[in-house]
Design a protein around this ligand. Structure first.
Ligand SMILES: [Zn+2]
Length: 251
């Protein structure tokens, strides 16, 4: 590892030690180390299993069938994914009550799997590990949906109201979850350290959160393998794997 990166990691840990209220904001980069494919990387299985836009899903039975086929194809790519050092390090901050919550763009449920209580994970893009009815909101488990879908080829319908059932993710064209966005904004306004982990910060409005935090005087740290547009306003930028940079916390 380059000295420069080592110095930056040492500085990160000094900043974490000094901070009282740390909000972590995570993206695909933290989970690629667990084997979850990144939507944007070349050759990603997402390219052949592109998510179906929300409008098409709502309007067309064929689109719903195709959406579920692709959903289960993608699930096969990461069903064995387990939390990695990066997830465990951030979970530790929550367990030590130094971090009120983790805000994530990920839909893989790995923060919860690393031991963070569900109410302390704010999911801006939903969750792909279960499904909900678009009409009544009833939760449906994939373990029940998948065998029925594979046996009949029919898109799942709600057991309560017969409405269309969709993976609990936020699709392209679907409204952002208002309550989660408001909670994330409130956290950005209250924290004294905002830690971006594995996000390229290109998806808005989520990427406005680091700006909100920085403006109210929080320190901003960006830990990502690639440069981001917000690097110039960060107090510290670390170009490293999240597991490497956060390892000391997870020990
Ligand atoms: Zn329903």
């Amino acid at each position: 590892m380059q000295d420069e990166t080592e110095d930056a990691i040492a500085e990160l840990h000094a900043m974490l030690d000094r901070a009282d209220s740390i909000v972590s904001f995570t993206g695909a980069g933290i989970s690629t180390e667990s084997g979850v494919p990144d939507f944007r990387s070349p050759g990603s299985p997402w390219m052949v299993n592109k998510p179906i836009p929300f409008e098409a899903f709502v309007q067309s039975r064929e689109a719903r069938i195709e959406a579920w086929r692709r959903k289960f194809a993608m699930d096969d790519h990461y069903r064995d994914a387990r939390p990695n050092i990066g997830h465990r390090a951030l979970a530790r901050l929550v367990a030590q009550q130094r971090s009120p919550a983790i805000v994530t763009q990920n839909i893989d449920g790995l923060h919860q799997a690393s031991g963070v209580p569900e109410e302390q994970v704010i999911e801006l893009h939903g969750n792909g590990t279960y499904a909900t009815c678009l009409t009544c909101g009833w939760r449906h488990e994939l373990a029940a949906i998948r065998p029925a879908f594979e046996a009949t080829g029919e898109p799942p319908a709600c057991v309560m109201c017969a409405g269309p059932v969709k993976s609990a993710t936020i699709s392209f064209g679907q409204a952002m979850p208002q309550q989660q966005m408001m909670r994330a904004q409130a956290l950005a306004l209250e924290c004294d350290l905002f830690l971006v982990v594995g996000s390229s910060l290109v998806v808005y409005p989520a990427a406005t959160l680091p700006i909100i935090a920085r403006r109210q005087g929080a320190r901003l740290v960006i830990l990502n393998r690639e440069p981001t547009d917000l690097d110039p306003i960060a107090d510290l930028v670390i170009r490293a794997e999240s597991g490497v940079a956060l390892a000391r916390l997870a020990e």
